[in-house]
Design a protein around this ligand. Structure first.
Ligand code: ADP
Length: 460
């Protein structure tokens, strides 16, 4: 079989499909910059660039006890954050699991449940050994509410839910002010708190990272989704000119950058696998950038390549492969595991394929899978670098350099992800790209929310 293609031959095809040259990256950065600027000019652009009404950076001196309530996915979390000033804090937290029913039932009931959990938490943490309240009569604790679903805000303590995401579907909530709904529940359960801020986790991460290290200028989340926030000059946010906010002020922007290139599909290098992921998703056309990067999709992209090679009769000949044929069965965590397999025989990869998919693999195939994971993971990191580079270049942070606070399982657990982002920044900017450094961020949805509550308390 002198003409039969080897796995290494196949790999070359995918290398060329998934590799981003520095030149291509620089083109993406330019287009990204234009999109960010357009989003600041006019409402309802591809990249929404949502004003957060979080004004300026924390001083690092914020201090006191603050509560944070985080509604963002599987759990509801209540945190007590003690800010100690000088960029230091302590935190205690309790998690409450949400049932599938609660996510789909009446919205007001969901907020009632949040208020109940909050009450239990306050009762437990603010009583002495005899069960006597430690709060002074009439004392109210300040609370930051982290609500990580897209909202339009007119003030920091207000937010109209545009639409539920991440599997939530609570009734009579979309289009309504969720801060007001939650406030009603707080009153109903007579919880001694005042909600001073409604924030998104990306904004929280930005503020929490800056509190701890003031060189942080940008925050990025790499989880189920992908999003970023940064601090913008109010004078450059044309679309809120009418509000008469002091032109010298700064305001955090929640970019919602996962939407970059949505519908147009002009700038990002999509392969046919990316197009299948998009077209079979529940929101075709949307979140185009996120679909090439985030934890929700990377495993699926790899699975689609495997399925193609099964169909072409290259892989698993004579074996039952139906277990690999269900969408989304191949988790992004498998890519992490494959890339970190330390053995020559790639025993971890044997394990994944036999245990989860009941197929046997040859060493050449396993080496191919690992190389493929590397290509897909590397492309995600380099595309993220393009987004970061667009903000850096727009804001002029390159010469001085800055830190980028990053969080989410993909960033925290995927081996080499951060190094690949840094490599990408080097490819875009050359030597100066080394001035932009990502680091694991502080818990933005807890600590960040508390700091913002503290900042807004001062402003009142
Ligand atoms: P959130 O849902 O709040 O964004 P995470 O930051 O934990 O939560 O992100 C979850 C995403 O991370 C999932 O899409 C999952 O596939 C992915 N993920 C989980 N573990 C890993 C891992 N070890 N390596 C890479 N991705 C992972």
């Amino acid at each position: 079989h002198a003409t039969k293609k080897t796995m290494a031959d196949h790999l070359r095809k995918y290398e060329s499909l998934f590799t981003l040259t520095p030149q291509r990256m620089r083109m993406i950065v330019e287009a990204f910059k234009d999109s960010l600027e357009l989003g600041l000019k006019k409402p309802e652009q591809v990249v929404p660039m949502i004003p957060t009404f979080v004004f300026g950076w924390p001083s690092g001196k914020e201090s006191g006890d603050f509560l944070a309530l985080d509604l963002g996915g599987t759990n509801l979390r209540v945190c007590l954050v003690t800010l100690q000033g000088e960029g230091k804090f302590e935190m205690t937290q309790t998690k409450y699991r949400l049932t599938e029913e609660q996510k789909q039932d009446e919205g007001q009931k969901l907020f009632d449940f949040c208020a109940e959990c909050l009450k239990t938490f306050v009762d437990t943490n603010f009583t002495d050994g005899d069960g006597k309240s430690l709060l002074k009569p009439g004392e109210m604790l300040p609370l930051g509410f982290t609500f990580s679903y897209p909202c339009v805000q007119e003030r920091i303590d207000h937010g109209k839910l545009i639409r539920w995401t991440k599997g939530f579907g609570a009734l009579n909530t979309e289009g309504r002010d969720v801060a007001e709904m939650f406030r009603r529940s707080i009153q109903k359960y007579k919880v001694p708190v005042v909600m001073t801020a409604l924030i998104n986790d990306t904004t929280g991460t930005l503020i929490a990272s800056s509190y701890v290290n003031p060189r942080t200028k940008i925050a990025v989340i790499f989880g189920t989704g992908c999003n970023a926030a940064y601090m913008e000059n109010v004078k450059d946010i044309d679309k809120i000119k009418d509000l008469g906010i002091d032109e010298k002020a700064q305001m955090a922007i929640n970019c919602e950058w996962g939407a970059f290139d949505s519908f147009e599909h002009e700038h990002l290098p999509r392969t046919k696998y990316d197009i299948i992921v998009d077209e079979t998703s529940n929101k075709p056309g949307e979140q185009a950038f996120e679909k090439l990067i985030s934890g929700r999709y990377l495993g699926e992209i790899l699975r689609l390549v495997i399925c193609e090679l099964i169909d072409e009769g290259v892989l698993f000949l004579g074996q039952e492969t139906y277990k690999l044929e269900t969408p989304y069965v191949f988790e992004t965590a498998f890519l992490s595991l494959m890339e970190s397999d330390p053995t020559d025989e790639l025993l971890m990869i044997i394990g994944i394929f036999t245990h989860f998919f009941a197929v046997e693999t040859t060493l050449a195939e396993r080496q191919f899978f690992r190389a493929l994971a590397m290509l897909i993971g590397r492309r995600a990191a380099r595309l993220s670098a393009c987004g970061i580079a667009a903000i850096v270049s727009k804001m002029g942070y390159l010469d001085e350099g800055c830190l980028v606070g990053a969080d989410g399982s993909l960033y925290n657990k995927y081996p080499g992800f951060a190094e690949r982002v840094h490599e990408g920044l080097f490819d875009v900017f050359g030597e100066k790209g080394r001035n932009i450094i990502t680091h694991h961020a502080e818990d933005g949805s807890g600590v960040g929310s508390a700091i913002i509550a503290a900042m807004t308390k001062v402003r009142r």
